[in-house]
Write a protein that binds this ligand. Structure first.
Ligand code: PRP
Ligand code: URA
Length: 209
């Protein structure tokens, strides 16, 4: 699949299996989601542009590389995307964090927006959208739509688990959005939950049901 990257790192795969396990409680679930997001951040940022700068070591002046351009924009889709923010910020503490609030209407399964606050100049930033689950793709497509309306041109989606249906739906509309995921699962069930998936990511993160 074009523009889809599956993290095959053993640490990510191992932690994802524990996250999936129904016996994993909210505390461990939260900790692992944060850890996996941090590991994924390493790979998602692999192609960030670098520039040479002059620095002075205790020994001499030298030229060395630092990340160039505007700071990254990290945008969690509320609620469940919040669980991935701290892991990202551990590696990229200077990133700006925006929020897009969406929930899936349980009957229509359509995303409903309830909050949107983005960093300034999204058009000049690399945007990394965070959401653990890409199921029908409705939420991710809506979030990408808002971001593009505000001028965003470089958007990556980072998730823990994607359904083939969600990837297709997102890429039918927005083929330029790179999807980074820990796994591509089998399918959606009749309630549009990912199979085998991990259940409801928001409920498991925040202990709600
Ligand atoms: C979940 C998940 C995604 C969405 C994925 O959120 O975190 O945002 O569903 O489904 P989709 O691809 O079919 O849109 P949910 O709507 O349950 O809200 P929550 O994060 O507040 O729990
Ligand atoms: N949202 C979730 O939290 N889990 C799914 O499997 C699908 C959508």
């Amino acid at each position: 699949m074009d523009n889809v990257f599956v993290f095959d790192h053993p640490l990510i795969q191992h932690k994802l299996s524990i996250i999936r396990d129904e016996n994993t409680g909210a505390k461990e679930f939260r900790e692992l989601v944060e850890e996996v997001a941090m590991l994924m951040a390493y790979e998602v940022t692999r192609n960030l542009p670098l520039e040479e700068v002059e620095i002075k070591t205790p020994i001499c002046t030298t030229r060395s590389k630092m990340i160039s351009g505007k700071k990254l924009g990290i945008i969690p889709i509320l609620r469940a995307g919040l669980g991935m923010v701290d892991g990202m910020l551990k590696l990229i503490p200077a990133a700006k964090v925006g929020h897009i609030g969406l929930y899936r209407d349980p009957v229509t399964l359509e995303p409903v927006e309830y909050y949107c606050k983005l960093p300034p100049d999204v058009s000049e930033r690399e945007i990394i959208l965070l959401d653990p689950m890409l199921a029908t793709g409705g939420s991710a497509s809506a979030a990408v739509h808002f971001l593009k309306e505000k001028g965003a041109v470089s958007i990556k989606l980072m998730c823990l688990i994607a359904a083939p249906e969600g990837i297709k739906a997102l890429h039918d509309k927005y083929p330029d959005v790179e999807v980074y995921t820990g796994a591509i699962d089998q399918c959606l069930n009749e309630h549009a939950y990912i199979v085998p998936g991990l259940g409801d990511a928001g409920d498991r993160l925040f202990g709600t049901k």
